[in-house]
Design a protein around this ligand. Structure first.
Ligand SMILES: *Cc1c(COP(=O)(O)O)cnc(C)c1O
Length: 347
């Protein structure tokens, strides 16, 4: 597969903006920087951040075992996904394939970028229909989005099916691993070298507990990363985000303990949900949330709001009629949810 053939002609021809910090990197203590029209009085954030986030990437390199030229960082996964659209999808010409029910941002970004969406539904077990997906693609199908574990269904997507799709889809396959740290499945990051058309996205928003700093991570071949680097806003990851991410990634024990705690609480929550009469189905979860089917999702959703508990009503999503998505909270929060559900069921 020739990745160059998939890139938009405008992007291939683009001469990227060269920022002051791209042109010269050096030690703040010994050099005098008069090149970026910054305010010279030090306050911790008066300088532009490193556009290549070198310190942060070097930590990720150790943790994930990938070299820096295979990593691009963004202002949340949302920015990373948007960059992928802008690199590969020609507005009003190209299309993408999504597998509903899945994460809503893929289709929102497609609409923003004027890209047609071909939806190929997951089957009853929320697994992809590989044949239907390959039948749906045409010469303008640039991206295929696979979310594993999938949101809102919470299940892992079968690794064998993902591999088949990466090998046979004629465009770029994006495996969104926002919830991978909760799953027993191996990350596709370890298989990047085998597949030039594979992009893996991760985030610090979920298991790492840093939704507020907005840090999305994209792993791909050096060829794809260099294209995305050309089009990203020069200073897209701010200095405070880089700092806090470095601190949290260095705290491996805290993150691991929190993941273990959430998984333990998830299993307790699932066993308690079984005793709620109007819960008719609890879908298998490999993430930090649970999808359940109830008698009347909209009614139950509003009853919980009355009790001060906000969950997500997913009833309008394909294949999710009367389904609610519950994020696993702390022990106390989950207990409050279960108490509310029991009292609703008795009223
Ligand atoms: C939460 C989530 C993300 C994370 O997005 P950020 O912009 O990094 O916060 C990405 N993909 C999926 C499927 C998610 O559920």
């Amino acid at each position: 597969m020739n990745i160059q053939d998939l890139i938009r002609p405008t992007i291939k021809a683009l001469k990227p903006y060269s920022s002051a910090r791209d042109e010269f990197q050096g030690n703040d203590d010994v050099m005098v920087f008069l090149d970026a029209n910054e305010n010279p009085f030090q306050n911790g954030v008066n300088r532009y951040p490193d556009p290549q986030q070198r310190a942060l990437k070097s930590i990720l390199t150790e943790i994930k075992g990938v070299s820096e030229n295979h990593i691009l960082l963004g202002n949340g996964s949302d920015e990373v996904l948007d960059l992928i659209f802008r690199a590969f999808c020609e507005p009003n010409v190209d299309n993408i394939i999504t597998l509903p029910p899945t994460y809503g941002m893929y289709s929102v970004l497609a609409h923003i970028n004027a890209i047609q969406i071909k939806e190929v539904a997951l089957n009853e077990d929320f697994q992809p229909n590989t044949k239907a997906i390959l039948d749906a693609q045409n010469k303008n199908s640039k991206l295929l989005f696979i979310c594993s574990p999938n949101n809102p269904t919470a299940n892992d997507i079968d690794a064998g099916k993902i591999e088949t799709l990466i090998k046979t889809f004629k465009g770029i396959v994006i495996v969104d691993e926002a919830y991978i740290d909760f799953s027993k499945q191996e990350s596709w990051v370890s298989r990047l070298v085998e597949f030039p058309n594979l992009i893996v996205t991760q985030t610090l928003s979920k298991a790492y507990g840093m939704a507020g700093i907005r840090l999305g991570i994209c792993y791909a071949s050096a060829e794809i990363i260099s294209v995305l680097n050309r089009i990203k806003p020069p200073y897209n990851v701010n200095a405070l985000t880089q700092q806090r991410a470095i601190e949290q990634l260095t705290n491996k024990e805290i993150v691991k303990n929190q993941i273990d705690a959430v998984l333990k609480e998830r299993d307790i929550l699932i066993s308690e949900l079984r005793a709620i009469p109007f819960v008719s189905k609890i879908y298998p979860s490999h993430a930090n949330f649970v999808l359940i089917k109830v008698d009347d999702a909209t009614k139950r959703y509003h009853e919980l709001i009355e009790k001060g508990i906000i969950i997500r009503n997913r009833t309008t999503q394909y294949g999710c009629e009367n389904c609610l998505r519950l994020t696993v909270g702390t022990k106390e929060e989950n207990a409050k949810l279960i108490r509310a559900l029991s009292s609703i069921s008795k009223s």
